[in-house]
Design a protein around this ligand. Structure first.
Ligand code: FPP
Ligand code: MG
Length: 343
């Protein structure tokens, strides 16, 4: 398992007291007197990992001024929102494991997982409105739309191997980067930072989020499930064209490109009206193994990693207009971490 670099540990140490307060808000809010829900919420507390989004929000707050009570509350809102998306994502991906524990859908079934995700998202809106900022409520709901649109686009384009980099970047910007961008922006906004700094924080979050999702998609192909603590190898099986495959299809010789297309042809189904519903039929395990081997033996994992590196460098450069503070250095350390994480 990769050890976190010292600069990242220091960044987390500096915001530890604030992160503890955010955790306390989450502990207090993720409670219910309904036993069925209590059991689910207790299990969900295991899904709280590095709290990357709250950490980014707290650091952009520090980098543009100080951390206020509203920042702490909104950091909890952002994490709750994120937890809701994970619970629903695991249903869609039929994932069995998340953060080393069983997923809600695996342990309690899809219906319970749908309702828990709904409970979390509605509670996140409720908590947000308690902080009295109509602006924050509007921004959070607009990001929620974007996340859902990204997921819908990914879903409807399953099995479509012709998807190009533009579509891929549109999907991951919406499903992953928008929430990270918002977290970064909230830190600056509630310090009344100038428009340029608020924009810089948003851009930092977007670039970092894109790098994060590329790294996550590489991890799906190369990672170890036990170390990652989550179900891997699902993207090819689900017909999701991620950056390594997109690079492969553009750089491989015609014979290899044709071979991987044949291996991954999930024969999109058609509905009664003859329209493609693009739900791929399951691809046999031996075909998935061969397709994965073709990707690993090519340079496309490295070229996807290089793309992630470019976004990390861009994220760091976006912070140029912020004053040189410890918090700004910590934001850079967080961005670098995206490239070395193995879970
Ligand atoms: C992770 O993708 C998934 C997301 C970043 C977003 C998921 C969002 C939804 C399912 C929409 C739900 C929306 C609301 C508002 C509740 P991944 O499968 O690539 O990552 P993973 O490897 O961590 O599973
Ligand atoms: Mg998933």
């Amino acid at each position: 398992m990769t050890t976190a670099p010292a600069s990242l540990m220091q960044a987390y140490e500096r915001i530890q007291p604030d992160l503890k307060q955010v955790s306390a808000i989450l502990d207090a809010e993720l409670q219910s007197d309904q036993p069925e829900l209590t059991e689910l919420l207790e299990h969900l507390s295991r899904f709280r990992g590095k709290m990357l989004r709250p950490a980014i929000l707290l650091l952009t707050a520090r980098a543009t001024g100080q951390v206020h009570t509203t920042h702490l509350g909104l950091a909890a809102v952002v994490e709750m929102f994120h937890l809701a998306t994970l619970v629903h994502d695991d249903i869609l991906d039929e994932a069995r494991m998340r953060r080393g524990a069983q997923t809600i859908n695996q342990g309690w079934g899809n219906e319970a997982a749908i309702m828990l995700g709904d409970w979390l998202i509605s509670h996140a809106y409720h908590l947000c409105s308690r902080y009295g900022s109509q602006w924050a409520s509007l921004e959070i709901s607009s990001v929620a739309h974007r996340v859902c649109q990204g997921e819908l686009m990914q879903l409807t384009r399953r099995g479509e191997l012709a998807i190009g980099p533009d579509d891929y970047f549109e999907i991951i910007t919406a499903k992953t980067a928008a929430l990270i961008g918002l977290a970064a922006r909230l830190g600056a906004h509630f310090n009344e930072a100038c428009a340029e700094m608020e924009q810089a924080c948003w851009d930092y979050g977007i670039d970092m989020g894109i790098a994060f999702q590329i790294a996550d998609d590489v991890l799906d192909l190369v990672g170890d499930e036990q170390e990652a603590g989550k179900t891997l190898r699902s993207d090819l099986a689900e017909g999701k064209a991620t950056l390594p495959l997109i690079h492969y299809l553009r750089s491989a010789d015609p014979a290899h490109a044709e071979r991987i297309r044949t291996l991954l042809d999930g024969h999109p189904l058609t509905d009664r009206g003859g329209r493609q519903v693009r739900l791929p039929q399951p691809i046999a395990p031996d075909r998935l193994t061969e397709a994965r081997r073709l990707l690993l033996d090519s340079g496309c994992i490295e070229s996807a990693r290089a793309a992630a590196r470019t976004y990390v460098e861009s994220a760091k450069a976006r912070l140029a207009c912020l004053p040189e503070t410890e918090a700004k250095a910590d934001l850079r350390a967080l961005a670098d971490y995206v490239l070395v994480r193995d879970r």
